[in-house]
Design a protein around this ligand. Sequence first.
Ligand SMILES: NC(=O)c1ccc[n+]([C@@H]2O[C@H](COP(=O)([O-])OP(=O)(O)OC[C@H]3O[C@@H](n4cnc5c(N)ncnc54)[C@H](OP(=O)(O)O)[C@@H]3O)[C@@H](O)[C@H]2O)c1
Length: 252
Amino acid sequence: MHMTGNTILITGGGSGIGRGLAEAFHRLGNTVIISGRRRERLQAVIDANPGIIAVELDVTDPAAIQTAAAKLIAEYPALNVLINNAGIMLLDDAAGPVDEETLVSTIATNLLGPIRVTGALIDHIKRQPNPVIAHVTSILGFVPLAMTAVYSSTKAALHSYTLSQRHLLRPAGVKVIEIAPPWVRTELLNSTEEERAIPLDEFIDGAIEQLATDADEILVGPAPQMRANPGPGEHAWVDQFNDMMASGAKVG
Ligand SMILES: NC(=O)c1ccc[n+]([C@@H]2O[C@H](COP(=O)([O-])OP(=O)(O)OC[C@H]3O[C@@H](n4cnc5c(N)ncnc54)[C@H](OP(=O)(O)O)[C@@H]3O)[C@@H](O)[C@H]2O)c1
């Protein structure tokens, strides 16, 4: 994708990967708008990076998405890039009774959120120069982590949706990118100090380097190995991966 001259909306830009991408694109001279629910996290980013713009938006609220999209289009008509990054990751138990709250909130945030935010902005983005839609999925969409089965499922579904969108939007010249991070040191699942996860800076540097190419899929660090999830052989791969995670061994 073009790395300069864009107007970019990054959902979940108040922390972690979203904040890292926002700061990197801001340094490259793009107009960057971040969104999220926690006002104080958004404020901290704009205080540290004068010029970044913040809007409060809960991506599980369809009406709020419509309102925010109309406002953004009116105030930033050059908006040409959307990075659907907001997400939550909760432990669940696919072998036991369903926790409704986990099920519904995870699907609403990780799957319905990106679909709805894209739907609200796509007709506008389509008409801009160098239009891009990027979805932050996960390597767990290719090889599920059994202890976060719902989360892994939302990322697999978002991967599938990305493929459909790429197919349909290619004739219109919209680049549809999937960013599938490996385990990265962020607040997600309390992983800021996690030795087995890669440092956030390392992930952002790798992602920015790949985003500057024509790549449709951004696969940093150990991600390519998980992306190459071996078709009908995947059952053995899933067992091996989950045994390794349960044992505390390093991934990849
Ligand atoms: N870290 C990893 O190992 C890893 C690996 C693979 C994929 N990912 C994906 O990377 C993305 C970013 O995660 P992260 O690791 O950077 O964790 P993070 O620091 O917790 O970031 C998640 C962001 O999403 C926002 N968010 C959550 N629910 C939201 C909602 N309903 N509406 C709007 N914003 C919401 C949060 O802000 P508010 O709470 O303020 O709304 C937060 O800023 C997620 O999609 C995650 O699944 C992360």
